[in-house]
Each structure stands twice: as structure tokens, then as C-alpha cells.
Design a protein around this ligand. Structure first.
Ligand SMILES: [Zn+2]
Ligand SMILES: [Zn+2]
Length: 290
């Protein structure tokens, strides 16, 4: 099959590699029909080289059709259309029973002190082959899937694929923001997460003020009823937002600016430092910092 493989910093290639096979009774193989690119992929592209091997397959936002299931997978069958979540979880451990699937105890990567294994996301998260590929082996497939319901059969993949990562990430950011009933929210950054968080907060009845500097992103948010501020025109954003909110500011703020975004101070320092250090030391630093 063809798959997107990592070869080095800023060097990824579409390679021909062996098709994945069922390795455990809890595996399934899916034929990928749509797969997302993510801001998180930039961590691998730019920074996490010390934790990647040449040939590692990237990608963690896939959906597709089940081709084959292991003997232990009774919840899926060939032909099912599924979205595959970023994190691999068993559905049966203590953490999964608490709805903390990102900490699944069956797949946790304890060697690196991390949570559940993730698709296509370096040794820090289990070095599991990712979904920017024609086929994907899904471990813990009895639970690691979201079945597209019957009534969605006529709808295209892009109605569902965001369930893998972007939509739940944005939804959870609004949960964590703890906006009071009828309260207000500032969203910094209108990339995919910021845009979806804005729409979710609007959907839940909140006033949303969002900040970006890309005209198309500002326009898209404006079309969705979000009040937008172009940061190129407002040098003192805090003052502007206070003026818009009776001098108090919004109740909550979501920072949705990516670590690798242009101008992000953390990203810049991390790039400079990991670029200069030997792999072993850079690995330790990224493990601690990122
Ligand atoms: Zn993602
Ligand atoms: Zn679990």
C-alpha cells in the first residue's frame, strides 16, 4: 500500500510499504477513505524527530471501511463504515470506565509517562502506524471506533471525519473553559480548533469574541455569528475586549493558537533549541516540555 512516512525533520514521503495485517485478536484492518491532517502533525514534522524512526507512518484522523476483524472483535464486521479516534482505548479498564479514554490503562505508554497510545504519533505514544495510508491496523478495535449510523449512509465522509480528533478537542476545550450560563468567551486563534470551539460555544448560547489575523478565517467566523477582532487592527487586545464587555473582559478564554503557529514564542524557542542539541538531550527536553 501507499503511506505517508517520516524520513527526517521536514521530510515526509509517500512510500510503498507492506499492507498491515491482523496481529492480535482485538485488531481490525480498515481501508482508509478519508484522513485528516492536523496541527499536531507539525509537532512530528518539526520537533519530535528524536522520538521517530525513519519510515514511521503518520496520521491520526482517519475513517474508512472495515476490511477484516480479529477473532476477538464482535462489535464490528466487514463493510462497516467507521471513524477511528486519535487515541487507542480498550473500553474495559478503570480509566475507560471513567470516560477517560485518553488515559486507557491497557494502551498507556508507561515507559514515557504518557497516556493512551495514539495513532501515528511517535515512540512517546506507542509508535503505532498511522492513518495517512491506504490501510490501517486498528488495535483494540472492539472499542476504538465510532460507527457511522445507518441514516448517515448517504452523507459524505467530511460530515463525520472530524469526530476523530478536531471536533471532540474543540468541544472539550469549551467544557474546560467553564463558561457560566449565558456567559461570554474569547477565542484566540481561528484555525480548525478555534473555529469549531467558537461555533460550539455559540451553539451553547454564549457570546463569542474571536481573534485572528487571517481574513478568510475572520470572515468564516463572522458568517457564523461570532464577533471577530483582526489583531492587526487592535494592538491592545485586552483593552479592546474590556471595552466590548463593560470593562470586565469575557468570562472565559480559550487559547487555540498552535505551538507551531507563526510568532508563537514557545514554538520558536523549542525549534531553536532542539535544532542545536544532540538527539538524546533534545528528546529529554521535548519529553519534559512538550
Ligand atoms: Zn489531530
Ligand atoms: Zn481502557
Amino acid at each position: 500500500m501507499k503511506a505517508l512516512a517520516w524520513h527526517g525533520k521536514r521530510d515526509v514521503r509517500v512510500d510503498t510499504v507492506p499492507d498491515p495485517k491482523i496481529e492480535e485478536p482485538t485488531d481490525a484492518i480498515i481501508r482508509v477513505t478519508t484522513t485528516g491532517l492536523c496541527g499536531s502533525d507539525l509537532h512530528l514534522y518539526e520537533l519530535l524527530g528524536p522520538f521517530l524512526d525513519e519510515g514511521d507512518i503518520l496520521g491520526h484522523e482517519p475513517m474508512g471501511i472495515v476490511e477484516e476483524v480479529g477473532s476477538g472483535v464482535t462489535t464490528l464486521q466487514q463493510g462497516d463504515r467507521v471513524v477511528i479516534p486519535f487515541q487507542i482505548s480498550c473500553g474495559a479498564c478503570y480509566m475507560c470506565s471513567q470516560d477517560l479514554q485518553t488515559q486507557c490503562e491497557t494502551t498507556q505508554v508507561r515507559d514515557h509517562g504518557m497516556g493512551a497510545a495514539l495513532f501515528g504519533f511517535s515512540k512517546l505514544y506507542g509508535q503505532v502506524a498511522g492513518g495517512q495510508a491506504e490501510y490501517l491496523r486498528v488495535p483494540q478495535a472492539q472499542y476504538t471506533h465510532i460507527k457511522v449510523p445507518e441514516e448517515g449512509a448517504s452523507l459524505s465522509d467530511d460530515r463525520f471525519v472530524y469526530l476523530s480528533d478536531v471536533l471532540p478537542t474543540a468541544w472539550q476545550s469549551v467544557e474546560y473553559a467553564g463558561i457560566p450560563e449565558g456567559g461570554s468567551l474569547t477565542v484566540l486563534g481561528l484555525g480548525p480548533i478555534g473555529d469549531m470551539a467558537s461555533r460550539i460555544a455559540k451553539h451553547r448560547g454564549h457570546r463569542v469574541i474571536a481573534v485572528d489575523l487571517v481574513p478568510e478565517r475572520l470572515q468564516r467566523a463572522r458568517n457564523n455569528g461570532v464577533e471577530v477582532l483582526d489583531m492587526r487592527e487592535h494592538k491592545k487586545l485586552g483593552d479592546t475586549i474590556r471595552e466590548m464587555t463593560d470593562g470586565r473582559g469575557t468570562d472565559s478564554v480559550i487559547d487555540a493558537v498552535g505551538m507551531e503557529a507563526h510568532g508563537s514564542p514557545f514554538g520558536k524557542i523549542a525549534h531553536q533549541m532542539t535544532g542545536l542539541l544532540p538527539d538524546a538531550i533534545a528528546a529529554k527536553m521535548m519529553e519534559t516540555a512538550g
